[in-house]
Structures are given as C-alpha cells and as structure tokens.
Write a protein that binds this ligand. Structure first.
Ligand code: MN
Length: 388
C-alpha cells in the first residue's frame, strides 16, 4: 500500500518499510494489463517492467480514522490488486498487547480487534478488494502462560465473527508462521492449524503460504500440493530464507525449491486467475529489500518467479508420469531436473517482446531514470519508516 503499516513489535526481519507485494505470473489480480516499459516512461514500476499486475494495499494494524482511510481509497484503488493485508499486532500505535488480540482472554480486547476487521472489510468494499489477508503473530512465550486449547477456542470464535463480515465474493486468507514474536507457542504456527480453522469457517477461508515461515528443511512443495489438493491454497507470500524469516529475494537462496513449488502449481493447473476454473491462487511477494535497491529488487523477484514458472511449464509431463508409473526413479527425477536446467531467459525475453514489453525488465528500469528521478524529487523529504 502507499504507506507502510505501523508495527511496533520486534520483528527484526519482516516488518520494515519496503516490503512489497507484487503478484507473479498467473496472478488472479484484477489490475489492468501492464503497459510497455520504455525509457523515459513516467512511472516504470515493477509491474510495468515485468508485465505483472500491481500491488495490493496493506492496511495498518491500528485503526485509522474514516477520513484517513477514505482519503487513501482513491490511491488504493489505482494500486490495488485483489487483496489487502491486515497486520495484527496492536490496537493502537506503540501499545503492544502481549497476550495477543484475537486470542486474548479479555473479550473486550477481542471485540476491539474484530471491530477493526470490520473497518478493513469496509475498505475492501470501497476499493474492490476481495481478499482479507490475516497474519496473526499472537502466541505465548512460556509454558503455562496461557491455556493453549482455550486460545484456539477463542481464535476460532474471533475468526468466525470476522468471517461473518465477509461478502460472498470476499475471501479470508489465513497466514501461518512457525515463530515470532512468540517463541514458545504461536497460535497459528503451521499450515495444519491454519487449515483446521479455514475448514471450520467455510469455503471462503483459505490458507496463505509464506515461503519463509517454515522450519529449515520443510518440504514446502508438499504443503503446496496438499493445500491445492483440498482446495485451500489461497495465496503465496514469496520470499527466500537462509535462517529465519529472512524475507530475501524469492529464489535467491534456493531456486530449485522455487521451481519445485511452481512445478506443483503447474501440475495442479493452478496458475490461472480466479473464476476461470482454476484454484485462484493469489501470487504475492512478501519481502524486505534492505541493502539492494527496492524497485530493481522487486523486478528481480518477479523475474525469478517467471523463470521458475517457465521451467515448470517446460517439464515433460508425459515423460514424468510415464517414468513415475514405471518406477523409473532416475527417469522421473530427470524429467524435473532437465527442465530446471533449461535456460529460459531467452524464451522469456521473446515472450515479453511479443507482449510489447522490453525484453529485459531490469535494463528497462535502469534506462528509464526513474530511480534517479525519485531520489531527486525526495531531497529534503522525510524518510519512510514504520510510522510513514
Ligand atoms: Mn507473509
């Protein structure tokens, strides 16, 4: 969204300004088609350079007044994809509730949090967004601090009340994360917990898979497969991790993993947009560009996903399935690795040109002078921050 949300909890890697959300190929965003990125263009944003739809807005964790919210609406509509994210940290800026919000033992606290979600749904109606994305870092730090089961019961009740606010075309997307900022027990630590709540809520509730929110060595493509299998994969937050929730450029640490994830997407025919008979997965980035330039970093992220997708589309499915049926271990494995080893960059360049885009998105952006113009325009301005 135009201004980063205010978040005061100590999220060292993933709560800073500069996180982005740009749908990848096959996104279900309803944003208008990208236009060619040519040098000198007024605003050669990553979507315009890469051919992807625009970013969904992101709302602050704390309530905003109607005036502020509505003043933003016009900008949100222009920038919006299909969803917006509700950050779930504290009821007011600077005041953290250590026992969580939607799981808090005090009903009044839960009611305030639910009321804020009602405000978010109003913004969705005003902007045409369809996805309410919930990231919930509620949890406990110590054994015995709270009753684990009671917290799940309270969470189920809170989610039910939020779900009841949705219009028929809306979705509630529930994200999970193994830790942070609570290191004993997160209230939604894994895809299983998220799925259990979504199944209890109804068909409009689906799981968000953030690739950085798992334990090391987790087989993420298995989770992708399983959620697609039961029709509950609502969205991706793409990023790359080496240790914790690093929020690095997707595909940076393990491009083969990104390929394996996209392979499951392709295998399930889930690349398409909502309403066209496919799963309607919303592909987004959830990253933090700290040392690299942010816009080129986003462009690189999108092209990484495009390359992984292209490779997944090149897998010889017939050969793969035949080898699998025959018990040909190496033949089946080779069907994947051969596709992964293919250099798809020339193919993608050709595809972009056929769509009226520059064949090299990063080169197009560099030549545009947009970054220099931004820097010149903002001399003397106030640096963006959590409160921006
Ligand atoms: Mn995320």
């Amino acid at each position: 969204m135009p201004a980063p949300s205010t978040r005061c909890a100590p999220r060292p890697s993933s709560c800073r300004p500069g996180r982005s959300a740009t749908p990848a190929p096959g996104s279900r965003s309803s944003a208008p088609p990208a236009s060619p990125a040519t040098p000198g263009r007024r605003s050669p944003t990553p979507p315009r350079c890469t051919g992807t739809p625009a970013s969904p807005p992101r709302l602050p964790a704390h309530p905003v007044g109607p005036g502020r919210g509505l003043r933003r609406t016009g900008r949100l509509r222009r920038r919006a994809g299909r969803g917006h994210r509700r950050d779930q940290l504290q009821p007011v800026p600077g005041r953290r509730v250590p026992a969580g919000l939607l799981t808090h033992a005090d009903r009044a606290v839960r009611d305030r949090a639910i009321a804020h979600h009602a405000e978010c749904v109003e913004v969705m109606r005003a902007t045409g967004s369809t996805d309410l994305k919930l990231w919930l870092p509620d949890g406990t730090n110590y054994a015995g601090q709270d009753d684990l089961r009671a917290r799940q019961d309270r969470l189920a009740d809170s989610l039910q009340q939020i779900y009841a606010l949705l219009d028929p075309e809306h979705r509630l997307l529930v994200e999970y994360k193994i830790y942070e900022p609570y290191f004993y027990a997160m209230d939604i630590p894994d895809w299983g917990t998220s799925l259990v709540h979504c199944l209890a809520l109804g068909d409009q509730a689906q799981v968000v898979l953030d690739t950085g929110h798992h334990a090391p060595s987790t087989n993420i493509e298995f989770i992708v497969m399983q959620l697609l299998r039961v029709g509950r994969l609502g969205a991706f937050d793409f990023n790359s991790r080496n240790y914790g929730d690093d929020d690095l450029i997707v595909g940076a640490a393990d491009p083969f993993q990104l390929f394996r994830i996209m392979n499951e997407i392709v295998e399930a025919d889930a690349l398409g947009r909502a309403g066209d008979g496919t799963a309607g997965v919303n592909f987004m980035l959830d990253q933090c560009h700290n040392i690299e330039p942010k816009i080129p970093g986003q462009i690189r992220s999108v092209t990484n996903v495009q390359e992984a997708t292209a490779k997944a589309l090149l897998v010889d499915r017939d050969a793969l399935h035949t080898a699998q049926q025959a018990g040909d271990v190496l033949g089946a494995h080779a069907a994947l690795t051969d596709a992964f080893a293919t250099d798809v960059r020339p193919l993608l360049a050709e595809l972009r040109e056929s769509a009226g885009l520059h064949p090299d998105p990063n080169a197009a952006y560099a030549a545009s002078g947009h970054q220099d113009q931004l820097a010149a325009d903002r001399v003397g301005g106030t640096q963006a921050s959590w409160g921006a």
